[in-house]
Ligand binder design. Structure first.
Ligand code: PMP
Ligand code: GLN
Length: 379
């Protein structure tokens, strides 16, 4: 049988987490916390489960959660989102990204992504019959290369996928970047898919800029967010997409046949938690900035070289003073022989990079970070 995705292998996150488990390594690879989500949130989930909220919720998500989301994006981004026509709850951001791509991309369309790019974008584009055009981010700061982007845009370009805060690099787009992007696509029939799942993990006093807060981009964008990141509950697979009505109509046509709807009691619990505990999201940047600082301070005496991450819960490090291996080889070696698992960057690229950089995840208990750093500082 001919594969529809001949180049796709099991995701690097699954591969490295399994390797960590098989070799008993400390897992700083796949992005998930090793601490629990808030106790009150677990209490609410249990309450709604026992309250028999166990049948199909509405296709677009329960009204109270959509209302909480609308309140939130108004507060954070000054965005008025219509809960009936513009907000859709999905089973993880992964589903939302897939639905958005399939809502608008068809055979022969081109979709621009920026390398290193999160691994789920390209397969979604290919399955929709589209072609992915890879534009590299600039080194060493992983910023936008506006000239390369302009050159990549043509009449076949249908969608541009942006990711800020950026996984794996931690770089962020600001208002000036959004103005430039808006100017570049003005007059073209091009839409934006904005992956903002790390919206509440931006550090050093910088504010996250959402496409929802940009008047022009807002009218052309699908904006995707994930409760998994924000509430330390990646396993619940709950996320949402906000897009103008015409885009949401097409988005829901895909959503209703991919999953139809999403876990009922979790939706109820998160809606209540958002209303009860708005301070959770306000405190999150600080919480993760402290984790970043802890990890960076612990790694300071090591031979890794790095600039502190600006956002997300990932830290890139250059290991060229330690080894000549490729990033995949080095991540395997570190996991299997040294007992700390990391993510190589090669799977995020069309053409594997020559840089010697790997990604560590620091959303871990301080004791986990200390144990890992002890090993890493001895390399
Ligand atoms: N986009 C990015 C950039 C991610 O890092 C992730 C997951 N870590 C996702 C999307 C998918 O999020 P979810 O777990 O909600 O499907
Ligand atoms: N996005 C997570 C990461 O970057 C992993 C998600 C997954 O395993 N699919 O580590």
């Amino acid at each position: 049988m001919q594969s529809k995705l001949p180049k796709v292998r099991t995701t690097i996150f699954t591969v490295m987490s399994k390797m960590a488990q098989d070799y008993g390594a400390i897992n700083l690879s796949q992005g998930f916390p090793d601490f629990d989500c808030p106790a009150r949130l677990r209490e609410l989930v249990t309450q709604h489960l026992n309250d028999r909220k166990n049948q199909y919720p509405p296709m677009a998500g329960i009204p109270s959660l959509r209302q909480q989301i609308a309140n939130k994006v108004k507060e954070y981004y000054g965005c008025d989102a219509n809960t009936e026509t513009e907000v859709t709850i999905t089973s993880g951001a992964t589903e939302a990204l897939f639905d958005a791509v399939h809502a608008v991309v068809t055979t022969g369309d081109e979709v621009i992504v920026f390398d290193p790019a999160y691994d789920s974008y390209e397969p979604a584009v290919q399955l929709a019959g589209g072609k992915t055009i890879h534009v590299p981010l600039t080194l060493p700061d992983y910023g936008m290369d506006w000239d390369r982007l302009e050159q990549a845009i043509n009449s076949r370009t249908r969608l541009i996928i942006i990711n800020s805060p950026h996984n794996p690099c931690g770089s962020i787009l600001n208002k000036v970047d959004f103005d430039k992007l808006a100017a570049l696509i003005r007059g073209h029939d091009i839409l934006i898919l904005s992956d903002e799942v790390y919206e509440h993990m931006v550090f050093d006093g910088v504010k996250h800029e959402s496409v929802l807060g940009h008047a022009e981009l807002r009218t052309k964008s699908f904006a995707v967010f994930s409760f998994g990141k924000t509430y330390h509950a990646t396993g619940w697979k709950l996320a949402y997409c906000i897009a103008p009505e015409a885009l949401t109509t097409e988005f829901r046509k895909i959503h209703q046949y991919v999953t139809f709807t999403t876990s009922s009691f979790v939706q109820h619990a998160i809606a209540d938690f958002m209303a009860e505990c708005p301070e959770h999201t306000r405190e999150l940047p600080d919480f993760y900035e402290k984790k970043r600082d802890t990890f960076c301070n612990l790694l300071a005496p090591s031979r890794f070289r790095f600039l502190a991450s600006k956002s997300t819960y990932f830290q890139l490090v250059d290991y060229s003073a330690i080894s000549d291996k490729s990033d995949v080889e080095f991540a395997n070696y570190l996991t299997q022989e040294k007992g700390v698992a990391a993510i190589p960057l090669a799977p995020f690229y069309e053409v594997p990079p020559t840089t010697k950089i790997i990604r560590f995840c620091f959303c871990k208990d301080d004791s986990t970070l200390q144990q890992a750093a002890k090993i890493l500082c001895a390399l």
